[in-house]
Structures are given as C-alpha cells and as structure tokens.
Design a protein around this ligand. Structure first.
Ligand code: NAP
Length: 241
C-alpha cells in the first residue's frame, strides 16, 4: 500500500486535477473524486498514463448518500486517509449582490460550505487513523474580510461574487474549528488561497497557471508535523482573515 493516501474532491479538472498530479509525482496515491464518472476516469487515466498512482472515487459533495458511499469505499479499500483536499467549488454570482437570489446563494453554500463540511465530517474517522492527517480547504482571497475591506487591495473594489466570497469566509471558519478540534489527533487543517488561476471557473481569465495555483495546496497537504494548523495561506505565506 502507498505510504501516503490523498483524496481530492473536484479532481477531474482545473486546480483539483493539478493538485492530484503534483501529489502523485511525489509518490502519493491520489484518490481523484469527481461527480461525473466519465470525466473522473479520464483524469485518472491521464495520470496513470504517466505512471502516476491514481484511482477514481465517484462523489457529488452536495449529496449525502454519495459522500457516505465514497467514505465507505475509501475505508473499505484503504482503511485510513492521510490527506483530504476539499477542492470542489462553484462560483455562480458574477454580478452585484443586489441581483443575487436566495436560490443562487443557497446553491453556492450547498457546494462550497455544506459540501466541504459533509465530506470532512464523513472522512474525519479515517483521517484519525493516519499518523499525519492533513486537511486542505481550497479557499480564496475573496473570503478574507481584511482584504475585502482594505482600500489598497484590488479585491476591495470587486462588486460581484458576494455569495462565493461569503462561502469562502465560512469555509475559513470551518478550517479554524476543525483545526482546533483535531489538533490533539495530529491532524492539521488549513485553508489555501490558490490566487486568481486560469480555469473554467473564470472562463480562463485567471492570471496564474494551474501549476502555480496548486502549489500552496500541495505544500499544505504535505506539511511536516511541526507545521501550522488552523490558518489560511497563499504563496506569500499567512493570509489575513
Ligand atoms: P473548475 O475548473 O471549475 O473546477 C471545479 C471542480 O469542482 C470541477 O471538478 C467540478 O466538477 C467540481 N465540482 C463542482 N461541484 C461539485 C460537486 N457538487 N461535487 C463534486 N465536484 C464538484 O474550478 P477551479 O478554479 O479549479 O476551482 C477549484 C477550487 O479552487 C474551487 O474551490 C474554487 O473556489 C477555488 N479557487 C479558484 C480560484 C481561481 O481563480 N480559479 C481562485 C480561488 C479559489 P465538474 O467538472 O463536474 O463541474
């Protein structure tokens, strides 16, 4: 069995796929989670074609039965989990808050917050069986109240993506709570801000490559035992809340 086993949600494309690739090149067995079997299997096969260790796990983070099934499968096949990357995410509200409906607000939280919470809750028992458990929540600079209210920050002037930004702020609070609670089990829980990365989420308008976007998440996934927990980080180091 591989020395380290990681599960990445939303791994069929974008930053999640690249996090999987980078972890696999370091010898980590990556369990690539995707809601669509065809797309997920294709991503797994791409890594395997490069002799990288990857397996497919079907998971829709908005469905409790799907999450339970994925957790059961990982437990049955591997008996533990070393790294969980909550990467699956959506950004729907590319317009001002005054145009946001409760429906879109709720949908955003269903994936970005309740989805990540659902997956984490289901997998904590397996992470507790690891000697070096790590959870990485893929957040965003938009989830930082400090940056959003700093007149010198380019993020402050963005008059869109309220639901998305609020979901990442909530995800950051989840990082703090799980981080504090799981400290005594040696499990480190951190948020990663990949930066504005060119993916389907932003019609490839991001200025960073997926290789760059995946770097901080991968670093946090492989933190040494004396590394930080319950923090939020970008390439530049700790990011303000
Ligand atoms: P992306 O290319 O759109 O990828 C999003 C991934 O999430 C896809 O694999 C998608 O699957 C999956 N997903 C969405 N809903 C899901 C669900 N209910 N269950 C399972 N998987 C689901 O976007 P990305 O930029 O790589 O985003 C990855 C993460 O980085 C997100 O959490 C995002 O908020 C965060 N982030 C991105 C940026 C950026 O600039 N790109 C910046 C900061 C943070 P399908 O293919 O099936 O839709």
């Amino acid at each position: 069995m591989a020395e380290t086993i990681a599960f990445i949600t939303g791994a069929n494309k974008g930053i999640g796929r690249e996090i999987s690739r980078q972890l696999a090149t370091k010898g980590v067995l990556v369990l690539m989670g995707a809601r669509d079997t065809e797309r997920g299997v294709k991503a797994v096969e791409e890594l395997r074609a490069q002799n990288l260790p990857a397996e497919f796990v079907q998971i829709d983070v908005t469905s409790q039965p799907s999450v339970d099934k994925a957790a059961e499968e990982i437990g049955r096949l591997y008996g533990r989990l070393d790294i969980l990357v909550n990467n699956a995410g959506i950004a729907l509200d590319w317009f001002p808050v005054s145009e946001l409906t409760v429906d879109v607000f709720r949908k955003t939280f269903e994936t970005n917050v309740f989805g990540a919470f659902r997956v984490t809750s289901a997998l904590v028992p397996l992470l507790k069986k690891s000697k070096h458990g790590r959870i990485v929540n893929i957040s965003s600079g938009l989830g930082s109240l400090t940056l959003k209210t700093d007149p010198n920050s380019p993020l402050a002037v963005r008059d869109m993506l309220f639901a998305y930004s609020a979901s990442k702020a909530a995800l950051n609070m989840m990082t703090v709570h799980f981080g504090n609670e799981l400290k005594s089990f040696g499990i480190k829980v951190n948020s990663a801000n990949p930066g504005f990365t060119a993916t389907d989420m932003n019609q490839n308008r991001g200025v960073r490559t997926v290789e760059q976007g995946a770097a901080t998440p991968v670093r946090l996934a492989l933190l040494p035992d004396d590394g930080p927990t319950a923090g939020v980080f970008s390439d530049d180091g700790p990011q303000p809340w």
